[in-house]
Design a protein around this ligand. Structure first.
Ligand code: SAM
Length: 214
């Protein structure tokens, strides 16, 4: 069933309560999770489970992240209306929708063509208008539109890609899970042309950011 119903809306309110209990406090993030029909970003076989705080398969051996992870990364971005955001790993498009809902101008890159194609149709059909969805390798970023006020990486990176550091605006902030099997959520603030400050937060588990050879 391809629509939103009071039943889904009720489940979303419960999910928002769960996220608040887990420490998510930013109103704009909670409003986005409360408004966006996550069940429409999933295969119909998972539709009844869409508002559990869990990751689910989305095809191409990839996952839609757990809502808590989406909320945590979105909050750590310290996003303001109108900011230019680069997202690496469009996946289902759900995180992209959250960023759009929060008023960001979003450029999002996906490496799996099947997922890219689905999001290209799905996001506008649900009323979300990212600036551009890009089929390509997120390791390289999207230099054409750099610098970005915010960069969010939604797959586990063995190390912070140099190209992404170069495309972060001075005063900008990147949220990226760093590590091989488990990742440390890492926030990088660019304080000048040459200086970056790093803050390491909790442990998360992501599918890997794939490079040229994978
Ligand atoms: N944000 C997504 C969502 O809300 O559904 C979840 C993303 S999933 C955890 C990670 C995504 O990163 C996958 O869709 C995967 O194909 C993509 N990915 C992996 N390596 C990539 C790369 N080098 N460039 C762009 N996307 C990549």
């Amino acid at each position: 069933m391809n629509k939103d119903t009071p039943k889904h809306q009720g489940k979303r309110r419960q999910l928002v309560t769960v996220l608040k209990q887990k420490g998510i406090a930013q109103v704009e993030v909670l409003n986005a999770i409360g408004d966006i029909p996550r069940h429409l970003f999933l295969d119909s076989s998972f539709i009844d489970h869409a508002y559990q705080d869990k990751a689910f398969p989305i095809g191409a051996e990839q996952t839609i992240s757990q809502p808590y992870t989406v909320a945590f990364q979105s909050e750590q971005l310290q996003l303001k209306q109108g900011m230019k955001v680069l997202e690496i790993g469009t996946g289902s498009g759900y995180q992209t929708a959250v960023l759009c809902h929060m008023g960001a101008r979003v450029y999002s890159i996906e490496r799996q063509h099947e997922l890219f194609r689905t999001s290209l149709k799905r996001l506008p059909a649900l009323g979300f208008k990212p600036k551009k969805l890009i089929f390509g390798d997120g390791y390289k970023g999207f230099p054409k539109q750099a610098p970005y006020d915010r960069i969010i990486v939604t797959a586990g990176a063995p190390a912070v890609p140099e190209a992404l550091l170069a495309q972060l605006a001075v005063g900008g902030r990147m949220v990226i899970p760093v590590g091989d099997t488990n990742q440390k959520m890492t926030v990088i603030a660019r304080t000048s042309d040459t200086d970056f400050q790093k803050l390491v937060l909790g442990d998360f588990r992501f599918v890997p950011l794939l490079g040229d050879k994978n």
